[in-house]
Ligand binder design. Structure first.
Ligand code: NAD
Length: 252
């Protein structure tokens, strides 16, 4: 039996699925991952972009805004893997998606905000770290394009930052609580497109497994949980999730 058939057999009787997604689900939308063969961290040192360096070093902020301008994340469109999760959700098989991604593509594909927990924030908004004023990222990118290399807050002059969680920054409490609730409620968790090496986020599928859920991984390349999962499907996310969702929906 192929690993995909094993995953389908394991998931078919389980009604409440939780999806846990990482950067690999969005590479087919043209957004590079961090640790895959062409990942961003093969070209850039992540220790240059900690929260501490962002708030203390104007050069880090300038580089961050330049990378934001050229990243293309705001222009990306969802792919078949994001749409397959929407199909599962509409069929009543998915509690929700806990994502490490910041690209908003689960919602762009059609999941409502309440079905998505964004553990690492999102790229759509920018906040002032001092007074809490907020803007759309497009508004701030327009200022960068117009020549402001390190745009300050227009209200108080403070440092502004895209609403993503940087290395060294705490994860949002409400999102962490909801992810833990879903991990306790699901009877199977499917991790997709993640090396499962970033903690505390990667505790979510482990918590589900510890409370009795089956654990399936869909990923190209090894992950840190391959020995813990019940089934590992080594295929591309789009094709694999499309097959998985159609089989789970047609065999309710
Ligand atoms: P990662 O870069 O560590 O791992 C991605 C994994 O997905 C790799 O093993 C890669 O080989 C695999 N992969 C790539 N394309 C795939 C495909 N089409 N199908 C199946 N697997 C594929 O990603 P991670 O574990 O999510 O790392 C964590 C951090 O990356 C998170 O904090 C997240 O915020 C950040 N990130 C997010 C985005 C995004 O929002 N799209 C992009 C880059 C990084």
């Amino acid at each position: 039996m192929s690993s995909l058939e094993e995953a389908i057999a394991l998931l078919t009787p389980r009604r409440r699925l939780l999806a846990f997604t990482g950067a690999g689900i969005s590479t087919e939308s043209g957004i590079p991952d961090f640790r895959g063969p062409n990942g961003v961290w093969t070209k850039i040192d992540p220790s240059e972009f900690t929260f501490d360096k962002y708030v203390t070093n104007p050069e880090t902020r300038k580089r961050s805004w330049q990378m934001r301008v050229s990243s293309g994340v705001l222009d990306a469109a969802p792919n078949p893997a994001h749409r397959a999760l929407v199909d599962l959700w509409k069929a009543g098989r998915l509690i929700g998606v806990v994502t490490q991604n910041i690209d908003g593509l689960h919602q762009a594909a059609g999941l409502p905000d309440e079905a998505v927990v964004e553990l690492h924030g999102n790229v759509r908004t920018v906040d002032c770290l001092e007074c809490g004023a907020s803007w759309t990222t497009e508004e701030v990118i327009a200022r960068v394009d117009a020549g402001e290399e390190d745009p300050p807050c227009t209200e108080c002059g403070g440092i502004i930052k895209v609403s993503v969680i940087s290395f060294g920054q705490a994860m949002p409490m409400r999102e962490v609580d909801l992810a833990q609730q879903w991990a306790a409620q699901c009877d199977a968790v499917v991790a997709i497109g993640s090396t499962l090496s970033v903690y505390p986020a990667a505790y979510v599928p482990l918590e589900a497994k510890e409370t009795g859920a089956a654990y399936v991984i869909v990923n190209q390349g090894p992950t840190d949980h391959d020995d813990i999962a019940d089934v590992v499907v080594p295929g591309p996310a789009g094709e694999t999730l499309t097959s998985l969702a159609s089989r789970l929906i047609t065999n309710p």
